[in-house]
Design a protein around this ligand. Structure first.
Ligand SMILES: [Mn+2]
Length: 372
């Protein structure tokens, strides 16, 4: 009898991480964090003696991950002596010629779907049948409807569907028609690919990435744990699912509004006040400056000046506008070379280049005392 199961996926183990800020330090830490999350998930399943673990694709980041990484994952899964592990492959770790799943020996408690049509595996002691489709190439524009339609569920069993794709009409990444697959009557639908976790009351779930992988992945991360009760009277199953968070460094994107009255130190202080000291020393920050800045201030060193206050920080100053009334300046200098120069610079088509050219010339003219 199935009592409980864990649904995870999208670990992207073996991913090489790159960061804008200095060297390989952050990439190495990120790699460690991914393995820590994997180990934590394994430890949870072991301690709670969870009988079934579902991995809904993209366990590995690519078909080129190191064999030592594949072995490490296989060893972790092998340590789950009381657990059946069922895996489908995704677009990143698809089961083609160089499949990571061909490179190591998988333990006996692990079942891997290896075809891109729906097949099932029945685990008798859990009275559970799991249907799954794996990726064997890196693109699917259509859902394998024919093989899906031929599925006939045995209602006396707990039935699970596993698929890696996108709930949408059109996609290169296996479009899934949710209403169509829900009609079949599965007790639980374990999806992978979308990294934002999501759970419907009807038992359809994206497990999400257990560790956020970039600035686009915000919010809580972890895996899904489901409890199953048998309703003997109605001969059906009642599933209740919840989210088990895993602690990891978060990605934060923060907008900081600058006004022309701000000094350079004011700007630094505003950036540092964006979050508590504990959070700043923990998470990844992308700080986007917006608004109008005193043209005397150069932002070239802002990242260096913020570094010590953060575990990781990257800054974006491209939305910042110099506080210059260009029209007024040109008007005031109509009959001299300054006015002529500014008029010419104002004609530069590319806005970023125009902005920089005007700021630098004005700074130079202020520096030389030509302009006040
Ligand atoms: Mn994917």
């Amino acid at each position: 009898m199935l009592t409980t199961f864990v649904h995870t996926g999208d670990f992207h183990l073996g991913r090489p991480f790159t960061f804008l800020q200095q060297g390989n330090y952050y990439g190495k830490n990120k790699r460690k964090e991914l393995w820590k999350a994997f180990d934590e998930m394994i430890a949870y399943v072991k301690e709670e003696a969870v009988p079934l673990l579902l991995i809904a694709g993209d366990l590995f980041d690519s078909v080129n991950v190191l064999t030592m990484d594949i072995k490490r994952a296989a060893e972790g899964l092998a340590s789950l002596e009381k657990t059946w592990v069922v895996i489908i492959t995704g677009n990143h770790d698809y089961h083609g010629d160089s499949s990571p799943y061909k490179k190591v020996e998988w333990p006996r408690n692990v079942y891997i779907f290896k075809e891109d049509v729906f097949r099932s595996v029945y685990i008798k002691e859990l009275n559970t049948e799991i249907y799954g489709m794996s990726w064997v190439k890196n693109e699917y524009r259509a859902f394998p409807e024919r093989s899906f339609n031929s599925i006939k569920l045995n209602d006396t069993r707990y039935n699970i569907l596993m698929a890696h794709g996108e709930v949408t009409n059109q996609s290169l990444y296996l479009p899934i028609d949710l209403r169509m697959i829900e009609k079949k009557g599965f007790d639980y639908i374990a999806l992978g690919h979308i990294h934002k976790p999501g759970l419907t009351p009807g038992g359809v779930a994206y497990c999400g990435s257990p560790v956020p992988l970039n600035f686009g992945e915000t919010g809580e991360r972890g895996f899904i744990i489901s409890q199953v009760k048998t309703d003997y009277e109605n001969q059906s199953f009642i599933t209740s699912s919840g989210f088990n968070p895993i602690e990891s460094r978060k990605y934060e994107t923060i907008d900081i509004q600058i006004v022309p009255e701000d000094s350079y130190q004011d700007i630094i202080n505003k950036a540092i006040r964006c979050d508590s000291d504990i959070n700043r020393q923990q998470n990844y920050y992308r700080i986007r400056f917006t608004g109008y800045i005193n043209p005397e201030i150069q932002m070239d060193w802002i990242n260096d000046d913020l570094e010590d206050a953060f575990y990781y920080v990257e800054t974006d100053t491209s939305k910042l506008e110099p506080d210059i009334d260009l029209e007024l300046l040109i008007k005031e200098n109509l009959n001299n070379p300054i006015g002529q120069l500014l008029t010419e610079l104002g004609k530069i088509a590319e806005p970023e280049v125009r902005k920089k050219a005007i700021i630098y010339s004005i700074e130079a003219m202020i520096g030389e005392g030509v302009l006040k």
